[in-house]
Design a protein around this ligand. Structure first.
Ligand code: TIU
Length: 232
Protein backbone atom coordinates (compact mmCIF):
# COMPACT_ATOMS: atom_id res chain seq x y z
CA UNK A 1 0.00 0.00 0.00
CA UNK A 2 1.29 3.40 -0.98
CA UNK A 3 1.35 6.43 1.29
CA UNK A 4 1.61 9.73 -0.60
CA UNK A 5 4.96 11.25 0.41
CA UNK A 6 8.02 13.12 -0.80
CA UNK A 7 10.21 12.54 -2.69
CA UNK A 8 7.82 9.83 -3.87
CA UNK A 9 5.18 7.44 -2.53
CA UNK A 10 6.19 5.29 0.45
CA UNK A 11 5.47 1.61 -0.18
CA UNK A 12 4.26 0.53 3.25
CA UNK A 13 3.74 -3.05 4.40
CA UNK A 14 1.89 -2.72 7.73
CA UNK A 15 3.11 -6.13 8.91
CA UNK A 16 6.71 -4.95 8.59
CA UNK A 17 6.15 -1.43 9.89
CA UNK A 18 6.60 0.11 13.31
CA UNK A 19 5.45 3.53 14.47
CA UNK A 20 8.25 5.00 16.59
CA UNK A 21 7.18 7.95 18.73
CA UNK A 22 10.21 9.81 19.94
CA UNK A 23 10.47 11.44 23.37
CA UNK A 24 6.96 12.91 23.72
CA UNK A 25 7.79 13.50 27.39
CA UNK A 26 6.69 16.11 29.86
CA UNK A 27 10.38 17.09 30.16
CA UNK A 28 10.29 18.44 26.61
CA UNK A 29 6.67 19.55 26.22
CA UNK A 30 5.81 21.10 29.57
CA UNK A 31 7.22 24.10 31.46
CA UNK A 32 9.82 23.31 34.12
CA UNK A 33 11.47 20.37 32.34
CA UNK A 34 14.64 19.80 30.37
CA UNK A 35 13.50 21.70 27.27
CA UNK A 36 12.69 24.78 29.32
CA UNK A 37 15.96 24.44 31.27
CA UNK A 38 17.78 24.73 27.96
CA UNK A 39 16.11 28.10 27.46
CA UNK A 40 13.39 27.02 25.04
CA UNK A 41 9.75 28.04 24.63
CA UNK A 42 8.14 24.64 25.15
CA UNK A 43 4.75 25.78 23.83
CA UNK A 44 6.26 25.49 20.34
CA UNK A 45 6.04 21.69 20.59
CA UNK A 46 2.31 21.61 21.36
CA UNK A 47 1.32 21.55 17.69
CA UNK A 48 2.73 18.02 17.37
CA UNK A 49 0.43 16.50 20.01
CA UNK A 50 -2.89 16.24 18.16
CA UNK A 51 -1.36 14.92 14.90
CA UNK A 52 0.69 12.41 16.89
CA UNK A 53 -2.49 11.26 18.65
CA UNK A 54 -4.27 10.79 15.31
CA UNK A 55 -1.30 8.86 13.94
CA UNK A 56 -1.09 6.69 17.06
CA UNK A 57 -4.80 5.90 16.89
CA UNK A 58 -4.54 5.03 13.19
CA UNK A 59 -1.50 2.81 13.77
CA UNK A 60 -3.17 0.98 16.64
CA UNK A 61 -6.29 0.55 14.51
CA UNK A 62 -4.24 -0.94 11.67
CA UNK A 63 -2.42 -3.31 14.03
CA UNK A 64 0.90 -1.60 13.43
CA UNK A 65 3.57 -2.23 16.03
CA UNK A 66 3.98 0.87 18.22
CA UNK A 67 7.15 1.81 20.08
CA UNK A 68 7.69 4.78 22.37
CA UNK A 69 11.03 6.25 23.38
CA UNK A 70 12.10 8.42 26.29
CA UNK A 71 15.34 10.30 26.75
CA UNK A 72 16.65 10.21 30.30
CA UNK A 73 19.23 9.01 32.76
CA UNK A 74 19.73 6.83 35.80
CA UNK A 75 19.21 8.67 39.10
CA UNK A 76 22.95 8.49 39.83
CA UNK A 77 23.64 9.93 36.34
CA UNK A 78 26.24 7.23 35.76
CA UNK A 79 25.04 6.84 32.17
CA UNK A 80 25.23 10.58 31.43
CA UNK A 81 28.46 11.95 30.06
CA UNK A 82 29.88 15.01 31.82
CA UNK A 83 29.76 16.76 28.50
CA UNK A 84 25.96 16.47 28.62
CA UNK A 85 25.43 17.20 32.33
CA UNK A 86 27.79 20.07 32.96
CA UNK A 87 26.10 22.65 30.81
CA UNK A 88 24.35 25.80 31.94
CA UNK A 89 23.43 26.93 35.46
CA UNK A 90 23.72 24.18 38.10
CA UNK A 91 20.06 24.45 39.13
CA UNK A 92 18.99 23.96 35.50
CA UNK A 93 21.10 20.90 34.70
CA UNK A 94 20.21 17.25 34.17
CA UNK A 95 19.64 15.82 37.65
CA UNK A 96 18.68 19.17 39.23
CA UNK A 97 15.37 19.40 41.10
CA UNK A 98 12.61 21.04 39.10
CA UNK A 99 8.83 21.36 39.36
CA UNK A 100 8.42 17.94 37.67
CA UNK A 101 11.12 16.26 39.75
CA UNK A 102 14.77 15.83 38.82
CA UNK A 103 15.39 17.02 35.26
CA UNK A 104 15.67 14.24 32.64
CA UNK A 105 15.97 11.49 35.25
CA UNK A 106 14.17 8.15 34.86
CA UNK A 107 11.30 7.59 37.24
CA UNK A 108 10.60 11.30 37.77
CA UNK A 109 7.26 12.83 36.70
CA UNK A 110 8.96 14.94 34.02
CA UNK A 111 10.37 11.82 32.38
CA UNK A 112 6.89 10.44 31.71
CA UNK A 113 5.30 10.41 28.30
CA UNK A 114 2.52 13.00 28.11
CA UNK A 115 -0.90 11.51 28.99
CA UNK A 116 -2.32 12.14 25.51
CA UNK A 117 0.15 9.61 24.09
CA UNK A 118 0.41 7.21 27.00
CA UNK A 119 1.71 3.79 25.91
CA UNK A 120 -0.71 0.87 25.89
CA UNK A 121 0.05 -2.49 27.42
CA UNK A 122 2.40 -4.38 25.11
CA UNK A 123 3.88 -1.32 23.41
CA UNK A 124 7.60 -1.25 24.18
CA UNK A 125 9.05 1.86 25.79
CA UNK A 126 12.71 2.37 24.97
CA UNK A 127 14.65 4.33 27.58
CA UNK A 128 17.60 5.92 25.87
CA UNK A 129 20.51 7.88 27.28
CA UNK A 130 21.32 9.65 24.02
CA UNK A 131 19.61 11.53 21.25
CA UNK A 132 19.44 8.52 18.93
CA UNK A 133 17.07 5.69 19.95
CA UNK A 134 19.48 3.00 18.71
CA UNK A 135 22.39 4.17 20.86
CA UNK A 136 22.86 1.94 23.93
CA UNK A 137 19.35 0.46 23.68
CA UNK A 138 17.72 -2.79 22.54
CA UNK A 139 15.58 -1.06 19.91
CA UNK A 140 17.32 -2.73 16.96
CA UNK A 141 16.94 -6.21 18.48
CA UNK A 142 13.25 -5.60 19.14
CA UNK A 143 12.65 -4.44 15.56
CA UNK A 144 14.67 -7.24 13.92
CA UNK A 145 13.10 -9.97 16.05
CA UNK A 146 9.69 -8.78 14.96
CA UNK A 147 10.63 -8.61 11.25
CA UNK A 148 10.24 -4.85 11.09
CA UNK A 149 11.96 -3.17 8.14
CA UNK A 150 9.98 0.07 7.86
CA UNK A 151 9.56 2.86 10.39
CA UNK A 152 7.10 5.71 10.64
CA UNK A 153 8.77 8.30 12.86
CA UNK A 154 7.39 11.25 14.77
CA UNK A 155 8.01 13.12 18.02
CA UNK A 156 10.32 15.75 19.39
CA UNK A 157 12.46 17.44 18.56
CA UNK A 158 12.56 17.22 14.80
CA UNK A 159 16.20 18.13 14.26
CA UNK A 160 17.60 16.53 17.42
CA UNK A 161 16.20 13.18 18.59
CA UNK A 162 13.93 12.46 15.61
CA UNK A 163 16.71 13.23 13.13
CA UNK A 164 19.41 11.36 15.04
CA UNK A 165 17.17 8.27 15.27
CA UNK A 166 16.21 8.57 11.61
CA UNK A 167 19.86 8.69 10.58
CA UNK A 168 20.71 5.69 12.75
CA UNK A 169 17.77 3.77 11.29
CA UNK A 170 18.59 4.70 7.71
CA UNK A 171 22.16 3.45 8.09
CA UNK A 172 20.79 0.18 9.47
CA UNK A 173 18.69 -0.32 6.35
CA UNK A 174 15.25 0.63 7.67
CA UNK A 175 12.93 2.46 5.32
CA UNK A 176 11.91 5.61 7.18
CA UNK A 177 8.88 7.81 6.76
CA UNK A 178 8.73 11.00 8.85
CA UNK A 179 5.28 12.31 9.82
CA UNK A 180 6.05 16.00 9.57
CA UNK A 181 3.20 17.57 11.55
CA UNK A 182 3.53 14.99 14.33
CA UNK A 183 7.07 16.30 14.89
CA UNK A 184 7.97 19.52 16.66
CA UNK A 185 10.93 21.75 17.33
CA UNK A 186 11.74 24.74 19.50
CA UNK A 187 13.07 26.26 16.27
CA UNK A 188 10.51 26.38 13.43
CA UNK A 189 13.26 27.02 10.92
CA UNK A 190 15.24 23.96 12.06
CA UNK A 191 12.05 21.88 11.82
CA UNK A 192 11.48 22.95 8.23
CA UNK A 193 15.08 22.48 7.16
CA UNK A 194 15.40 19.14 8.98
CA UNK A 195 12.42 17.81 7.03
CA UNK A 196 13.84 19.20 3.79
CA UNK A 197 17.10 17.38 4.51
CA UNK A 198 15.33 14.03 4.82
CA UNK A 199 13.73 14.13 1.41
CA UNK A 200 16.49 15.96 -0.52
CA UNK A 201 18.81 14.11 -2.87
CA UNK A 202 16.15 11.57 -3.81
CA UNK A 203 15.31 10.87 -0.17
CA UNK A 204 18.81 10.65 1.30
CA UNK A 205 17.44 9.77 4.76
CA UNK A 206 13.92 8.69 3.81
CA UNK A 207 10.48 10.00 3.04
CA UNK A 208 8.35 12.83 4.47
CA UNK A 209 4.60 13.23 4.58
CA UNK A 210 1.87 14.49 6.90
CA UNK A 211 -0.50 12.63 9.18
CA UNK A 212 -3.50 13.33 6.93
CA UNK A 213 -1.76 11.42 4.14
CA UNK A 214 -0.94 8.42 6.35
CA UNK A 215 -4.18 7.85 8.26
CA UNK A 216 -6.56 7.02 5.36
CA UNK A 217 -4.05 4.50 4.01
CA UNK A 218 -3.71 2.83 7.41
CA UNK A 219 -7.50 2.80 7.73
CA UNK A 220 -7.58 0.97 4.39
CA UNK A 221 -5.13 -1.60 5.78
CA UNK A 222 -7.42 -2.08 8.72
CA UNK A 223 -10.44 -2.65 6.44
CA UNK A 224 -8.46 -5.15 4.38
CA UNK A 225 -7.32 -7.02 7.49
CA UNK A 226 -10.90 -7.11 8.81
CA UNK A 227 -12.34 -8.47 5.55
CA UNK A 228 -9.61 -11.12 5.35
CA UNK A 229 -10.48 -12.22 8.86
CA UNK A 230 -14.18 -12.44 8.04
CA UNK A 231 -13.58 -14.44 4.84
CA UNK A 232 -11.16 -16.92 6.39
N1 TIU B 1 17.15 19.99 22.91
C1 TIU B 1 16.43 19.39 21.99
O1 TIU B 1 15.96 20.00 21.02
N2 TIU B 1 16.15 18.06 22.09
C2 TIU B 1 16.68 17.18 22.99
O2 TIU B 1 17.52 17.49 23.82
N3 TIU B 1 16.19 15.91 22.97
C3 TIU B 1 15.24 15.46 22.05
O3 TIU B 1 15.12 15.96 20.95
N4 TIU B 1 14.44 14.48 22.45
Amino acid sequence: MFIPAEPDAFDCDPAKTALVIIDMQRDFLEPGGFGAALGNDVSLLASAIAPAQRLLDAARGAGIFVIHTREGHRPDLSDAPDRKVKRGAENQRIGAEGPMGRILVRGEPGHDIIPELAPHQGEPVIDKPGKGAFYQTDLEAILRNRGISQLILCGVTTEVCVHTTLREANDRGFWCLVASDACGSYFPEFHRVALDMVKAQGGIFGWVTDVASICPVLAGANDKAASTTIMS
